[in-house]
Ligand binder design. Sequence first.
Ligand SMILES: O=P(O)(O)OC[C@H]1O[C@H](O[C@H]2O[C@H](CO)[C@@H](O)[C@H](O)[C@H]2O)[C@H](O)[C@@H](O)[C@@H]1O
Length: 310
Amino acid sequence: MANQEVVFPPDMGATAAMAPGSSCRALFACTSLRSPYRVLPGVDDEYRARPPCATSWVVEAIRASSPARSPAVDEYAAWTRRHPSALGSFEEIAAAAEGKQVVVFMDYDGTLSPIVADPDMAFMTDEMRAAVRDVAKHFPAAIVTGRCVEKVYSFVGLSELYYAGSHGMDIKGPTSNEEDATAAAVLLQPAREFLPVIAEAYEALVEKTKGTPGARVENNKFCLSVHFRCVDEKRWSSLAEQVKTVLRDYPDLKLTEGRKVLEVRPCIMWDKGKAVEFLLQSLGFDGRSDVLPVYLGDDRTDEDAFKYYI
Ligand SMILES: O=P(O)(O)OC[C@H]1O[C@H](O[C@H]2O[C@H](CO)[C@@H](O)[C@H](O)[C@H]2O)[C@H](O)[C@@H](O)[C@@H]1O
C-alpha cells in the first residue's frame, strides 16, 4: 500500500480518528477543515505541498487509508466488475427485454429458498411463491435444480411451471393436476438407464458414510447429494475419500461439487445448461434474436447454464 498516513484537522486527536472496530484510520472531509493542518509524522512532502482541498490528494489519501486487500478480495472485486449485479442493472435489462419474449429459468436452493442446515427444511416463503406465480403468469418459466422433481415440486407447488430436476436430467412440463407432480408430462429423461446404478450407489454411500457425524446422503433420483454442511471441517477430507472409494466401483458415475455438497451424477454430457437449451428448443425459442432467456442462480452448477448464454 502506498501511504498509510492521514491528515487530521487541528483539534482532532488520533483516537477520534480511528474508525470503530477498524484498523484503518479515518479521513475527514476537507471542506469543513481549517488551516493550519497538523500533519502526522511520516506524511510525504508531496502531500504537504498540496492545497488541502485538492481532490486528487483526497482520493489518494482515501486509497492509502483503505484496509489491506488480500489477493482473494482483489480477485472477487475484479470478478464483480466483469459480472455486475443484475439488480443494479435492472433498467438496462428491462430495456434489452423491450419487444422480446422473455423466458425465465430459476434455480431453487439459495435462489428461491434460503440455505439452511437441513435440506428437507429449505422452504420458500409465501411471498416468494407469489412472486414466482406472477412471473409464470407473464412468461414461460422453469425451475432448474439439483433436487428431484418430486421434492422441489413439494416445496414450490406451482403446477404452471416447467421443472428440470436432478440437474436437468428429469424435465417435466406444466400440469393441470396441482396435487400430483408425477401427473406432469415427462419431456426428457436423458439418464434413465442409470436409475439402477444410482439406486445402488445411494445404498453404498449411505453405508460408507454412516460413521461420519453430520454427513447425509440425499437421493435426487438421477443424481445423489452427499451433504457435508453439518460435518466437522476436520472430517471433510475423510468424507470425500469415502465418497471417492465408493465411486471406484461405479465408473459410470462422476463427482461434482456444490454448496457444501458433493454431487454424484451419471457420466453423460448433460447439465443445467443442456436442460435450458432443451427447453428453449422445445418451446420453439432457441437461437431467436427476439427471445431473451433470463436465468437466476447462485451455485456452481448454475454456471453450466450461464455458459450456455455466453
Ligand atoms: O440446484 P439447486 O436447486 O441449487 O440444488 C442444489 C442442491 O441444493 C440443496 O442443497 C443445498 O441447500 C441445502 C438447503 O438449504 C443446504 O443444506 C445444502 O448445504 C446446499 O448444498 C439440495 O439439498 C441438494 O440436493 C441439491 O443438489
